[in-house]
Design a binder for this molecule. Structure first.
Ligand SMILES: Nc1nc(=O)c2c([nH]1)NC[C@@H]1CN(c3ccc(C(=O)N[C@@H](CCC(=O)O)C(=O)O)cc3)C=[N+]21
Length: 284
């Protein structure tokens, strides 16, 4: 079977064009959407991601501010910084880059972000609202996957979606969003015995395990849609997903590549949420 490669870069661009239009209209009303990115410590990968996020903001006319704090920052100091950002009129979205240094409790930090500025959708209130199907910021990666499916014309209702991975930021909310669109959802994870038994039943397979080339042809049913959320480095330090693309490509009916699949969508939905936050503030 020849499969469709789902182009996240292209779909992301299309959405960014629409978001840029909304930025333009906000600016006409005197508001420039602003995103604060908080980076603690000097994790090399985090620094690269953060730079990408800032560049993407600027490319569509948004304001972005980097709050760079040293590795030794105390939890107290970080909470103070977030409270300052909560009060800033020119900041509509706050993103605290994860992971944080070990001496800082991530849950406490995330819970401090004002819910109307929680453009990552990670805070307990945002998560609760999402579970209840109430209007809120959806976490950018699962939100981006939903957009990929939508733009690719992939039917969700009545389909069996199997999620591999149960993280708070990808696996869990991903299943919830698919459930809300009437998929039958199965969660699998590292303690699931006979993983292929489950994944082989998937019409839509979401790989969010964080292990390079973990999903192979024995996991995938002919004609399945395969969404690869992983961002790993292989033995040659090359960027790769959780899915062995070369093996699965011919079995799937549609598949996302890494890079150029889910990654660009994550940033796109961050821009989307930040513009939404600015519009919400203007309306209230
Ligand atoms: N509070 C918080 N929110 C996040 O959303 C968040 C985070 N912390 N911590 C780290 C992860 C990782 N993440 C990525 C986003 C885009 C790409 C991306 O655009 N990837 C490109 C490739 C980029 C490259 O070449 O390295 C692609 O897949 O095509 C990757 C990774 C957001 N994260």
């Amino acid at each position: 079977m020849s499969s469709t490669i789902i182009n996240g870069k292209e779909i992301g661009q299309e959405i960014r064009h629409a978001v840029a239009e909304r930025v333009k209209r906000l600016k006409e009303q005197g508001v420039t959407p602003g995103l604060a990115v908080v980076l603690v410590g000097d994790n090399q990968a985090s620094a690269t991601y953060v730079r990408n996020k800032q560049k993407s903001c600027e490319a569509i006319g948004m304001f972005s501010e980097l709050v760079k704090l040293p590795e030794a920052t105390t939890q107290e100091e970080l909470l103070t910084q977030i409270q300052l950002l909560n009060q800033r009129e020119d900041i509509h979205g706050i993103l605290v880059q994860l992971p944080l240094p070990k001496h800082i409790d991530e849950d406490t930090v995330i819970a401090t972000i004002a819910v109307e500025k929680d453009v990552d959708g990670f805070s307990p209130v945002s998560v609760g609202k999402m579970m209840l199907g109430q209007e809120t910021f959806l976490p950018c990666t699962p939100f981006g996957v939903m957009k990929l499916l939508e733009y690719s014309g992939i039917e969700i209702a009545g389909k069996h979606a199997v999620i591999v991975g149960r993280s708070h930021i990808v696996g869990k909310p991903m299943g919830q969003l698919l459930l809300q669109k009437d998929a039958t959802v199965t969660y699998t994870h590292s303690k699931t015995p006979d993983l292929p038994f489950f994944t082989k039943q998937a019409d839509i397979l979401i790989a969010a395990v964080g292990r390079a080339n973990f999903i192979t042809k024995e996991h995938v049913k002919e004609g399945a849609v395969v969404i690869d959320v992983g961002i790993n480095r292989d033995d040659n330090n090359k960027l790769c997903g959780d899915v062995s693309f070369a093996e699965v490509e011919d079995i799937a009916s549609a598949i996302t590549p890494v890079p150029g699949g889910v990654g660009p969508m994550t940033i796109t939905m961050l821009l989307f949420n930040t513009v939404q936050a600015a519009e919400n503030k203007l309306a209230n």
